[in-house]
Design a protein around this ligand. Structure first.
Ligand SMILES: O=C(O)CCC(=O)C(=O)O
Ligand SMILES: [Fe+2]
Length: 339
């Protein structure tokens, strides 16, 4: 499977098709690790009561669109198992991985590489395994059979992370003043698990694992393991997100920006590569059903002025998103109302 970047032997230099044009290269690779992106303790055992937690995640979602959570209820074992099975998957012989390779976007479980390999001009330094995972019983039989414990581990993980995702959505909803359960319906029906594998790169200054983008969905929960690579664009600068053991990095997708009528933001982020170790991350995307109508929440429009976005079906957003992966503003433009 010659397209997969993880499985190329003995890469001494960056192949030309992976070298970004000068203006899109990462530039300074070592950016300040951001101590200001909040780390929210969801444990509540040491004075962090619910109101305080809500204020913290609301503020972080307004300012950064990013925060990390600890004491979040997903067990250390579940996290450890998921990260190790994700690594094991990409360490398997190429034959075992290649059987799952597909460029068909509709395939429920598939291995893919870069973003849109056959259409893009320059490729990105990552391979992925992606599959739907809610409800687990509906999709599990389509997941990888190797490593042998994959299905069991990813099944437990998907259920626990979904619970955390819905809890965070509940807290955000409460903070925004929306009725309980506002996000707990068609808006959060879908769940996609994406394992990203960024192999060591001989010259990280020439490439990216992922270019600048905002996620299309509602909310994303990311395990980034212990290898640095994720950066957030804030006030015209890239800042690094520090890997913290067993923490989840949480970021808001475009849909939360729209539903909150711009009160919360979906932040632009990217992934840089490194030359020494493979970086394996596990992202869970919670997203609306295709038919779900997305629009700024009525209570927010009533309280804070005119809607900034028109109503649309989520599937309409998805079509526009892929065509403009690295242009978050252009992705939102067709849905913006003139104010
Ligand atoms: O792997 C990471 O650190 C981030 C991945 C990401 O942003 C994405 O898959 O949308
Ligand atoms: Fe992302």
């Amino acid at each position: 499977m010659e397209k997969l970047i993880s499985k190329r032997f003995n890469i001494q230099s960056v192949p030309e098709s992976y070298v970004l044009p000068q203006e899109l290269r990462p530039g300074k690779l070592v950016v300040p690790l951001c101590k200001t992106i909040p780390v929210v303790d969801l444990g509540g055992g040491d004075g962090h009561d619910q109101t305080e937690i809500i204020q913290q995640i609301l503020k972080a979602s307004q300012e950064f669109g990013f925060f990390q959570v600890i004491n979040h209820g997903v067990s250390v074992k579940t996290i450890g198992d998921m990260l190790s099975v994700a690594k094991e998957f990409f360490e398997m012989p190429v034959e075992d991985i290649a059987t799952l390779y597909s460029d068909n976007l509709k395939q429920i479980c598939r291995v893919c590489t870069s973003i849109d390999y056959d259409k893009e001009e320059v490729h990105y330094w990552k391979d992925s395994l992606r599959h739907l995972c809610h409800p687990v019983e509906e999709y599990m039989h389509l997941w990888p059979q190797k490593p042998t414990r994959y299905r069991e581990v990813a099944g437990t993980y998907s259920v626990e992370v979904r619970k955390l995702g819905l809890r965070l959505l509940g807290l955000l909803g409460e903070g925004l003043g929306l009725e309980p359960g506002y996000f707990g319906n068609e808006l959060s029906k879908g769940e996609l698990l994406l394992i990203n594998n960024y192999p060591p790169c001989p010259d990280p200054s020439l490439t990216l694992g992922l270019p600048k983008h905002s996620d299309p969905n509602l909310i994303t929960l990311l395990l980034q393991g212990d290898v640095y690579g994720l950066q957030v664009f804030k006030d015209g600068q890239w800042i690094g997100i520090e890997p913290l053991p067993n923490a989840f990095v949480v970021n808001l997708g475009h849909q939360l920006q729209i539903i909150s009528n711009g009160m919360l933001r979906s932040a632009e982020h990217r992934v840089v590569t490194n030359s020494s170790v493979a970086r394996t991350t596990v992202a869970t995307f919670i997203y609306p059903s295709d038919e779900c109508i997305i629009e700024p929440a009525q209570p927010l429009v009533k309280a804070h002025g005119p809607p900034l976005y028109r109503a649309f079906q989520y599937k309409e957003f998805k079509i526009n998103y892929s065509a403009k992966f690295s242009e978050p503003e252009a992705q939102l433009a067709p849905f913006k109302l003139q104010s």
